[in-house]
Design a protein around this ligand. Structure first.
Ligand SMILES: NC(=O)c1ccc[n+]([C@@H]2O[C@H](COP(=O)([O-])OP(=O)(O)OC[C@H]3O[C@@H](n4cnc5c(N)ncnc54)[C@H](O)[C@@H]3O)[C@@H](O)[C@H]2O)c1
Length: 251
């Protein structure tokens, strides 16, 4: 499905980013992995190589514009082009009501989830234009379409990612660049299992109830949606946000 395409993935050291890296490599892509977690990023690279795939890892902090520009250049230097990007790196931030929320936390969540995503897109689009087009997928969330208690910065940032996705799709539709987002429900990753479930003993049961399908999702289920959106099979799909959420948003 992605034979010989060059795919860039941020947040590739863990969870959804790692699963997507393994999936697109299995579909034939060469993968540029980026993360602030170097050990995790190297582990993803090793997994891809062990399965016979091609991948390289570079440290990138998506909130640093110079770092991001350098990272996207690596795709072209190492693999000759850039076809697809999954802007997946994100943080959930701390928990608190809108009235109580900490200003530094707010800035940090918006910086990574919104500004970081835009910085990545800005660099990626420049390279994609040089090669006649490409496909970008941004990580939003079911919480980009509806609210939840105690996560005002996260909810705001993920709604904003959907708006940014639409704006970029319009700006570059005539230049051969498709821009979409995925909106996962709760997915079994370190973000959820190690942090959200630990922060609140009732979280697991509460979150399960929100998914009519009767379970939370796997990173691989999101990865398949991202791979399809990146592929030429989705050639008329741009400016949209695909829910991958076990009917979370259907209620
Ligand atoms: N897990 C879920 O239930 C869920 C649901 C909906 C959306 N999402 C979104 O999907 C994406 C991936 O989530 P996940 O659950 O795999 O998270 P995760 O915490 O398991 O992995 C996120 C990765 O992003 C990296 N990262 C964080 N800040 C970074 C930065 N500034 N620069 C570069 N890398 C950075 C982390 O090191 C980590 O490897 C996030 O954007 C998240 O908001 C997750």
């Amino acid at each position: 499905m992605l034979k010989d395409k060059v795919v860039l993935i941020t947040g590739a050291a863990n969870g959804i980013g790692q699963a997507t890296a393994l999936t697109v490599a299995r579909y034939g892509a060469k993968v540029l992995l980026g993360d602030i977690d170097e050990a995790g990023g190297q582990a993803t690279k090793k997994m891809i190589n062990a399965a016979g795939g091609e991948a390289i890892f570079f440290y990138v902090n998506i909130t640093d514009s110079k770092n991001v520009a350098r990272f996207t250049e690596h795709a072209v230097e190492q693999f000759g082009r850039l076809d697809c990007a999954f802007n997946n790196a994100g943080i959930e931030g701390s928990y608190g009501t809108t009235a109580e929320y900490d200003e530094k936390e707010w800035d940090q969540v918006l910086d990574v989830n919104l500004k970081g995503t835009w910085l990545c897109m800005r660099s990626e689009i420049k390279h994609m234009l040089a090669f006649g087009g490409g496909a970008i997928v941004n990580a939003s969330s079911a919480l980009g379409k509806t609210g939840i208690w105690n996560m005002p910065a996260y909810v705001a940032s993920k709604h904003a990612v959907i708006g940014l996705t639409r704006a970029a799709a319009l700006d570059h539709a005539q230049q051969g660049i498709r821009v979409n987002a995925v909106a996962p429900g709760v997915i079994d990753t370190p973000m959820v299992r190690e942090r959200i479930y630990n922060a609140d003993p009732d979280a697991e049961a509460n979150l399960l109830r929100m998914h009519p399908i009767g379970r939370i999702g796997t990173p691989e289920e999101v990865a398949e949606a991202v791979a399809w959106l990146c592929s030429d099979a989705a050639s008329f799909v741009t400016g949209t946000t695909l829910s991958v959420d076990g009917a979370y948003m259907a209620k």
